[in-house]
Design a protein around this ligand. Structure first.
Ligand code: PMP
Length: 302
């Protein structure tokens, strides 16, 4: 206790205050890299394999070679959590293009840099979960699929940053982004769902939204509960007039939205479908089958 957190960089652990990378790293110079945000609940790294797999898919799209196999990367994440004796954590896994010169040619970067930070995160308050959050639709469009699409979880998050700033400046909790056609896409780090007449809808990947791991799970739970779920275009009007709206994401989990651009959603409090999915999600986070154990029974903590 009292000791600094250890951060994994390319196979070596550094205390948080010493954990640094080169100013020539193309992750810094060009946002050239990929990342994942992952959570551990009570000794289980939730959906770790799915997050690692998405990291490698993002890297594939950028032709970024990761010098570890997916299994080795899984182990590196678990080892970093063990090194810090953590059971509940937010994990930031980053792979950058690595050190190169001042031109943007990635061929000048012989080796990618792997960073694993295991720390805590300021999560949504219990008030947000109980009452729902307020949102604004931002002027900052999400990137279309033929640009640096959000389907790739890359280090380019500037339009999420701009959108979040706008939400904060307007006194809202979060922002909602539109695609280039003006259709609802996703939040700054969350996928979006609406409920209308007992049916559930979420925007399709053609809007450029990230294929969320939490959203996949929410779809599975909703179907198990007997609801129809469809990926479909959603207009701002359909959002304003939905019965329920909620976000899903690793940091946000399942969180109700009570307001969009000052318009009340439904009754202005979390709806039945949202509540059911919140409960199903909460239960899943504690299920060892939904993740990877940090401290398998054969190992003792410490
Ligand atoms: N969209 C974006 C842009 C995100 O950054 C995230 C967070 N990873 C999500 C959606 C939600 O995805 P997940 O449920 O996998 O965390």
């Amino acid at each position: 206790m009292g000791e600094e957190l250890q951060v994994y960089i390319n196979g070596v652990y550094y205390p948080k205050s010493q954990a640094k990378i080169s100013v020539y790293d193309h992750g810094l110079l060009y946002g050239d890299g990929v990342f994942e945000g992952i959570r551990a609940y009570n000794g289980i790294v939730f959906k770790l394999k799915e997050h690692i797999n998405r990291l490698y898919r993002s890297a594939h799209a950028l032709m970024l070679k990761i010098p570890l196999t997916e299994d080795e990367m899984t182990l590196a994440v678990v080892e970093t959590l063990r090194k810090n004796s953590l059971r509940d954590a937010y994990i930031r896994l980053v792979v950058t293009r690595g050190v190169g010169d001042l031109g943007l040619d990635p061929q000048k970067c012989p080796e990618s840099s792997i960073i694993i930070i295991t720390d805590s995160i300021s999560i949504m308050s219990s008030e947000a979960k109980e009452k729902g959050i307020s949102t604004v639709i931002t002027w900052v469009r999400r990137n279309p699929v033929d640009t640096t699409t959000h389907e790739i979880k890359s280090l380019n998050y500037l339009n999420s940053v701009l959108a979040k700033m706008e939400a904060t400046a307007n006194g809202a909790d979060e922002a909602i982004g539109l695609d280039k056609n003006g259709l609802i896409c996703e939040g700054v780090g969350e996928n979006l769902f609406i409920v209308k007449d007992g049916k559930i809808f979420t925007p399709p990947s053609s809007t450029g939204a990230l294929a969320g791991i939490t959203s996949q799970l929410a779809i599975k739970f909703a179907k198990n509960l007997g609801y129809d779920v469809a990926e479909t275009n959603i207009t701002p009007f359909q959002l304003f007039t939905a019965d329920e709206v909620f976000f899903t994401g690793t940091a946000a989990e399942v969180v109700p939205i009570r307001e969009v651009n000052k318009r009340q959603i439904g009754k202005g409090s979390p709806g039945l479908v949202t509540k059911k999915l919140m409960a199903a999600f909460q239960k899943a986070t504690l299920d060892p089958k939904e993740g990877v154990l940090i401290y398998p029974k054969s190992r003792k903590r410490q």
